[in-house]
Design a protein. Sequence first.
Length: 203
Amino acid sequence: MLLHARGVSLGAMEFSSTETGKPFITTQGIDPPIAFNVSHDNGLVVMASSTNSNIGIDVMKVSLPGRDTFISFVEAMGDQLTAHERQLVASALNQAQALEHFFWMWTAKEAYTKALGIGLGFNFRRVEFDPVNNILLVDGMVPKGWRFSKFVVIQGDERYQGVVAESVGGEETSILPETGPHEWLVVQKASNFIRDAVQKFEC
Ligand SMILES: CC(C)(COP(=O)(O)OP(=O)(O)OC[C@H]1O[C@@H](n2cnc3c(N)ncnc32)[C@H](O)[C@@H]1OP(=O)(O)O)[C@@H](O)C(=O)NCCC(=O)NCCS
């Protein structure tokens, strides 16, 4: 759809992926170039795109997977968190808040490492995200020139949390909260999206 909006015909749309599996557009002559990244969990697929910057996105349903109890879940995932992150999860007011904290941390780590194109090959403990104070550190320092955008998608009684990480350049790094105007976030039913795509490509 992004390429269609740039006037690229279906036959000219070409994609490849890096050695570590990150897909990218190889269609020639896209100016400015489009970077994109995809994430999916349960019933939700999300895509983020950007021009002239590396981008990564991750989304997860806020719930305990499978038959995990909260304790077993935190024990299983805890070694991917820093000491400060574990402390934030442990000091949450209740289990719901602890899960929210955890999924902000996890999706921020994944979005950042997916923007780098490395994914789980990057030691997640090198990335520390404090979702209470909205501070993200890599190797103990704020990385330069990044924008992290938190978002929430509610589908019925399911809550999904996610983060978009973009290397925008410059010295400043910002964390955009999940609250507030998110005109960049468009939520569509898959059936509507596919119907629109089919109609566009038939023309
Ligand atoms: C990328 C990765 C973190 C995805 O984890 P996940 O939470 O299970 O999945 P998500 O739904 O968030 O993202 C999946 C999407 O990320 C994209 N993706 C795949 N590899 C990626 C990478 N290295 N960087 C960024 N994005 C990647 C794909 O579009 C994929 O969608 P697909 O499964 O439909 O093809 C994980 O697969 C990973 O670490 N891959 C790298 C593996 C690696 O380093 N291999 C080296 C051996 S060659």
